[in-house]
Every structure is written in structure tokens, then in C-alpha cells.
Design a protein around this ligand. Structure first.
Ligand SMILES: NC(=O)c1ccc[n+]([C@@H]2O[C@H](COP(=O)([O-])OP(=O)(O)OC[C@H]3O[C@@H](n4cnc5c(N)ncnc54)[C@H](OP(=O)(O)O)[C@@H]3O)[C@@H](O)[C@H]2O)c1
Length: 289
């Protein structure tokens, strides 16, 4: 008989996320072992506890989820966990990185866009592109061959992020753009068909008055659910809502697909003991929705 499915939740926050725990159970985990305030130096022993308890053929029923609200901290835990697997001896477990929902949210946003547009060569602008979600949106748009402008209030910050993405995604069509002033934003919007706003909660990145300067716009996706929203004129619950010829998605409108992707990613962990799910792998799962 198959062993019970155990998900080991490693969270950098003081208390491990209840949200991630509930989703794990709904996605098919039988048990969730939750660890909060996890530091990189504690990860080795936690991974050893996961890989040394069951025989290699049963390790597909143990998996690791890396969460927490701090994406950079989650990335460090993820890298540390990978370091301590022993694949040479079959002693490894599958692992999923989704701190702050960054990977599943970015995948859901790009999936929403691909329902309406062929993204190959599409002129796109990612506002708030320097944040963890925006960076992942840019990476995933690049996988689809989009022509991407990545925006920041400071062009130098956008340039640094584009450089970092290019180091992972060779040949990415990425142009850093400043969006801090109305003039810069107008230039960044020029000729864009798709805009995805991944700015900080409660920050307006695309005010209504800038819309007139972007007649090419066909699809606007805003991931900020906290008023005021990131794209003026888009409502948080919009799901392919046509507003003056522009299809709009708000954060809740994207959230349904995000939840499906999140659950599918957890389920995928238990299909084998060799899954390593970061943005690109999660994006592949998103194509089912
Ligand atoms: N629906 C979901 O399940 C879900 C899950 C995760 C995240 N989200 C939402 O997705 C969005 C992006 O998340 P994140 O964690 O990547 O965001 P973040 O790191 O807080 O912010 C993203 C970027 O926004 C810009 N920014 C910060 N403050 C700003 C301000 N006052 N005005 C204009 N721009 C500002 C910054 O870029 P520059 O400084 O370079 O301009 C920053 O890098 C957030 O709104 C978040 O709430 C939704």
C-alpha cells in the first residue's frame, strides 16, 4: 500500500502560512508538517529528515514546499534544500518554490494573457517588473517569445533586473524602461498591446490619464488587489472584462487560475521524487488551465 503523502512546509515567516497549508490538503496531501521561521542553516537537517526516513521507492510520497512572504528568503531556502538532496543514491524528494504565491501568480497572469493573444512577438510591458512577481512574469513572457519592456520607477533598477533575467534566459527580448514620470510612462506604453502590472500593493502604476496615449492596448492585467489598484479603470474582479475595447483582468480575476495552478503543482510533487518546480516548471503546468 502507498505511504501517506506528507508535505513538509518550510516557511521563512514566524508562523507558517495557513493559506498554503489549506491548499496543500485540498490538493491531496495527507499530512502537512509546517515549519516557520526557517533559516538556511536549519534546512540541511530538515531535508535529511525527509530523505532518510523512507526507502527510495516511497520517497515520491514525501515532498517539500517552500513558502513565506519574503521571496528572496524563500529562494535561499530552496537553493539550500536542493544542495542537501542526494540524487546519486535516489535519496531526494520533490520540491516546489512558491513564496508569497509569486510563481503561481505570475504563471496565472501569463496564462490569462495567452488565452487571448498569441504571445510570440507581442509588444508587452511589465509594470513593477523589478518585484519578485514582475520578474517572473517577464521570465514567463520570454518563454512565449514576447517582446518585453520591463518597467521600474528607476530605469537603472529595470536595467539591473533585465541583466539578471538575461543571465538565466539567454537572448531574451527585454528592454528596461523607466516609468517614474508621466512622460517616461507614455514612452514605455507606446505601441504596447499587453500590459501586466505587478506593482506593490496599493500603488497606482498606470493611471487613467495615461490610457489615451496607448491606443494599441488590447489586454490589461493588474495583480494588485489592494486599493488603489495598479491599473486605473480595471476592477479587482475583472476576468476578461471588455472595457472600451481593452480586455481586463484584476487580481481576483486571475486568482481562480492561480489556485488551480497551485493545486496542480502540489499534486505534481507526489507523482515522483525528482520534481523541482520553480517558475518555468509551474508555467508548464499552467497550460492545462
Ligand atoms: N493574487 C495573488 O495571489 C497575488 C500573489 C502574490 C502577489 N500578488 C500581488 O502582485 C503584486 C506584485 O507582488 P510583488 O511581491 O512582486 O510586489 P512588490 O515587490 O511589493 O512590488 C513590486 C514593485 O512595485 C514597485 N513599487 C513599490 N512601491 C511602489 C509605489 N509606491 N509606487 C509605484 N511602484 C512601486 C517596485 O518597483 P520599482 O521600485 O522598481 O519601481 C517593486 O519592485 C502585488 O500587488 C501583490 O499584492 C498577488
Amino acid at each position: 500500500m502507498d505511504k501517506r503523502k506528507i508535505l513538509i512546509q518550510l516557511d521563512s515567516d514566524a508562523q507558517a502560512s495557513v493559506f498554503d497549508r489549506v491548499v496543500a490538503i485540498d490538493a491531496g496531501a495527507d499530512e502537512v508538517f509546517s515549519y516557520g521561521a526557517v533559516k538556511p542553516e536549519q534546512v540541511r537537517d530538515l531535508v535529511h529528515g525527509a530523505i532518510f526516513t523512507r526507502g527510495p521507492k516511497d520517497l515520491k510520497n514525501t515532498a517539500i514546499f517552500i513558502g513565506g512572504s519574503n521571496v528572496a528568503a524563500g529562494e535561499r531556502l530552496f537553493q539550500e534544500a536542493l544542495k542537501h538532496m542526494l540524487p546519486k543514491y535516489g535519496l531526494r524528494v520533490s520540491i516546489l518554490l512558491d513564496p508569497n504565491g509569486a510563481n503561481t501568480t505570475a504563471a496565472a497572469a501569463v496564462r490569462a494573457a495567452s488565452r487571448h493573444l498569441n504571445l510570440k512577438g507581442i509588444p508587452a510591458l511589465v509594470l513593477g517588473g523589478t518585484g519578485p512577481v514582475g520578474q517572473r512574469v517577464a521570465r514567463l513572457l520570454d518563454r512565449q517569445g514576447a517582446d518585453i519592456r520591463l518597467g521600474s520607477r528607476q530605469a537603472s533598477r529595470a536595467a539591473a533586473v533585465c541583466e539578471a533575467i538575461r543571465s538565466k534566459c539567454a537572448g531574451a527580448a527585454l528592454e528596461p524602461v523607466g516609468t517614474g514620470s508621466a512622460i517616461e510612462l507614455a514612452d514605455a506604453l507606446e505601441g504596447r498591446i499587453l500590459v501586466i502590472a505587478a506593482g506593490a500593493a496599493g500603488a497606482v502604476l498606470f493611471p487613467g490619464e495615461a490610457r489615451a496615449g496607448c491606443p494599441s492596448l488590447r489586454l490589461a492585467i493588474d495583480l494588485n488587489a489592494v486599493p488603489p489598484l495598479g491599473i486605473e479603470g480595471v476592477e479587482v474582479g475583472d476576468r476578461a472584462k471588455d472595457r472600451d475595447g481593452v480586455l481586463c483582468y484584476g487580481a481576483i480575476g486571475v486568482g481562480d487560475t492561480k489556485m488551480k495552478i497551485h493545486k496542480a503543482a502540489i499534486a505534481r510533487l507526489f507523482e515522483g521524487n525528482d520534481q523541482v518546480l520553480d517558475a518555468e516548471e509551474i508555467d508548464q503546468l499552467a497550460s492545462a488551465f
